[in-house]
Design a protein around this ligand. Structure first.
Ligand SMILES: Cc1ncc(COP(=O)(O)O)c(C=O)c1O
Length: 361
């Protein structure tokens, strides 16, 4: 169709993890557990949920386009100024704003091949040249990425931890990499799984070095269980943020999303419980995978990616698990067809997943 640029026509539709309702329709099983989309198994933050309910009576009003309260609260929490904070409909909303704000027609992007699909879709839809640099041992190869920097490079995207691998770059690796990045290049550090990874040894919490060309992205979707309401935030130099605010869709995040974020930040108990359940679930799954001789990629997030001998094995296993009521994610769409990503669930869900795996294998 002549109306549509060829780089848009070539895009594939995003394929999310299978929704429970779809699996129920297909198989007639009612009792599913979903370990496919790295969601919070505890549900939404109760304080966030209460704030959403409370917000409903104001839905005839537009949201605060400046996001004043939530930006101020985040600024106070992280010891920065409100002018250093941007909000979005999820961190993906902010990625979209970044791509619309900074790119000139000849600009290029650099990221890792087969990393987070959300960024891949936005980058490819921008029509700009993107260098997708292969990972090394399931990790971002920062040295190879630095070698791709040219006069045209404008944005470098790093998911830390990565999704779908769960691997992290270390502080030393980032420091070395940063030496090769000119100031005119924007580095996006996507820390969607920050809360889970923050205590990993050598994890470079990007808040400890606030360079002028680094933007940190974080989200309420994972640790606060608010993926469905769409609220994320970014931290950067105030001139970057000021320009993002000019381009951002004015009323995102929604009124309820801003209210949810405000309340969730105070839900200290929920966050602690989330991290505890995740830590315990991780330990359990890692041990059980080891005992079953399953190859797994070391993860600092809320999921583990397992590696199988072929795409065929991974497909069959994903289908067999589905028939036992366990939804996991084969990573074909990400570019790792022989891998299956399993999100950490509640204790009973992790046990059911392992019991099903044992029966199948
Ligand atoms: C690396 C990474 N970044 C960003 C996101 C999206 O986060 P949000 O829901 O805030 O848009 C995800 C969600 O899976 C992710 O894995």
């Amino acid at each position: 169709m002549a109306l549509v640029p060829s780089y848009i026509q070539q895009l594939a539709n995003y394929k999310p993890g299978k929704p429970i309702a779809e699996a129920q329709r297909e198989l007639g099983i009612t009792d599913f557990i979903k370990l496919a989309s790295n969601e919070n198994p505890l549900g939404p933050s109760p304080k966030g949920l209460a704030a959403i309910q409370e917000s409903l009576k104001n839905l005839h009003r537009y949201p605060d386009a400046t996001g004043y309260e939530l930006r101020t609260k985040l600024a106070n929490r992280f010891n920065i100024k409100m002018e250093n904070v941007v909000l979005g409909a999820g961190s993906e909303g902010i990625m979209s704003t970044i791509i619309r704000t900074f790119l000139l027609s000849d600009d290029e992007l650099i990221s890792a091949a087969n990393s987070f699909i959300g960024f891949r879709v936005l980058a490819n839809a921008s029509g700009r040249r993107v260098h997708w640099v292969p990972m090394k041992n399931y990790r971002y190869d920062l040295e190879a990425m630095a070698n791709k920097i040219t006069d045209y490079t404008k944005i470098i995207y790093i998911a830390n931890p990565d999704n779908p691998m769960g691997t992290t770059i270390t502080r030393q690796e980032f420091d070395e990499f940063y030496k090769h990045v000119p100031e005119r290049v924007l580095i996006i550090l996507d820390e969607a799984y920050y809360e889970f990874a923050q205590n990993s040894p050598d994890y470079p919490d990007s808040m400890t070095y606030r360079y002028d060309n680094v933007i940190t992205l974080r989200t309420f979707s994972k640790a606060y269980g608010l993926a469905g309401i769409r609220v994320g935030y970014g931290f950067a130099h105030e001139s970057l943020i000021g320009n993002l605010l000019k381009v951002k869709v004015p009323f995102e995040p929604s009124l309820s999303a801003q209210a949810a974020g405000m309340a969730a930040l105070d839900d200290v108990e929920f966050l602690a419980n989330t991290l505890k359940i995740n830590q315990e679930g991780m330990t359990f799954l890692k041990q059980e995978f080891d005992a079953l001789g399953i190859e797994q990629v070391p993860s600092a997030a809320n999921f583990i990616t397992t590696v199988w001998d072929s795409e065929k094995t991974a497909s069959k296993l994903t289908q067999d698990l589905l028939e036992k009521g366990v939804i996991v994610r084969q990573l074909t769409g990400f570019g790792w067809p022989n891998c299956i990503r399993i999100s950490v669930g509640l204790e009973s869900e992790n046990q059911k997943c392992i019991a099903s795996l044992k029966e199948i294998l």
